[in-house]
Design a protein around this ligand. Structure first.
Ligand code: FE
Length: 228
C-alpha cells in the first residue's frame, strides 16, 4: 500500500512538471489560432520533448521544402531531356539515377519512372490509394491531387478530368493513367512546345509547370510579349 502511494506521488510530481513545461509552449501558441497550425505545433513540441526529433533537423526539413525542393527541380530534368537526347534516353531507361545526376533524390523519390508524352500518348499521374507523389522533383502535392474526387475520377474518366483542368486532347490521343504507389512514383515528360527551338535549357525549364509534370496540363509556348 505504501509503495503504491509513493509511486502515485512520484507520478503526480512528474505530471506537474510536464504541465508547467507545456504552459510555456502554450504562450507561444496563442498567436496561432488555426487548428491545423496548433496541432502541428503541439506535435512538434511533443516530439522534441520526447527527444524523437532534433529541432534543427526539423528546421532544415522545412527550409528544404520551402526553397530547395519543388517543381523547379522537375522542370530542370524535363528541360535537359528536351535538349539532350542522351540524357532523355537515360531518363526513360532509369529515371531514378538520371534524376540523381542533378542531386535530386531521397524521400519518396527512391523509385522513379519517367513517362513521355507524344502526339499519340498523353500520360496522367494519380495515386488512387492515398497521395503518393514524387517529392524530390515536384515538392509538396497540390490539395486537389489528394482529393477523393481526383483520385477516383482520374481513373474512371481521365478525359473528363483533363477537360476540367482546361485541357482538351484530340480524340485520337490515347490517355495512359499511372497509379503511383509507395514503390514507384512517376514524372511526366511533357512534349516540348513548338516555337521554342532557340530557347536555352534554362529558359525551357521556366516553361515547365508542376501540372504538366503530373499530366493535367501541357507546356505552352511563351506568349508574345512575355519574357522568354
Ligand atoms: Fe499514395
Amino acid at each position: 500500500m505504501k509503495s503504491k502511494d509513493t509511486h502515485y506521488e512520484h507520478a503526480e510530481h512528474e505530471h506537474a512538471g510536464h504541465r508547467e513545461h507545456h504552459e510555456h509552449h502554450d504562450h507561444a501558441a496563442q498567436r496561432v489560432p488555426s487548428d491545423p497550425a496548433l496541432q502541428v505545433l503541439a506535435l512538434e513540441s511533443l516530439l522534441v520533448d520526447k527527444g524523437l526529433v532534433d529541432p534543427q533537423a526539423l528546421d532544415a526539413l522545412v527550409e528544404s521544402y520551402e526553397h530547395k525542393i519543388g517543381p523547379h527541380n522537375g522542370a530542370k530534368v524535363v528541360a535537359r531531356a528536351w535538349t539532350d537526347p542522351a540524357y532523355k534516353a537515360r531518363l526513360l531507361a532509369d529515371a531514378t539515377s538520371a534524376i540523381a545526376e542533378f542531386g535530386f533524390g531521397g524521400l519518396q523519390g527512391e523509385h522513379m519512372l519517367a513517362v513521355e508524352n507524344t502526339s499519340a500518348v498523353h500520360n496522367l499521374v494519380v495515386c488512387t490509394l492515398c497521395s503518393c507523389y514524387p517529392y524530390p522533383v515536384l515538392g509538396l502535392p497540390p490539395v486537389w491531387y489528394k482529393s477523393a474526387a481526383y483520385r477516383s475520377r482520374a481513373v474512371i474518366d481521365p478525359r473528363g478530368v483533363l477537360r476540367e483542368f482546361g485541357l482538351q486532347l484530340p480524340e485520337e490521343t490515347q490517355i495512359r493513367v499511372w497509379d503511383s504507389t509507395a514503390e514507384l512514383r512517376y514524372l511526366v515528360v511533357p512534349q516540348r512546345p513548338h516555337g521554342t527551338e532557340a530557347m536555352t535549357e534554362e529558359q525551357l525549364a521556366s516553361l515547365v509547370t508542376r501540372d504538366a509534370m503530373i499530366g493535367v496540363a501541357i507546356v505552352r509556348p511563351p506568349q508574345p510579349g512575355e519574357p522568354p
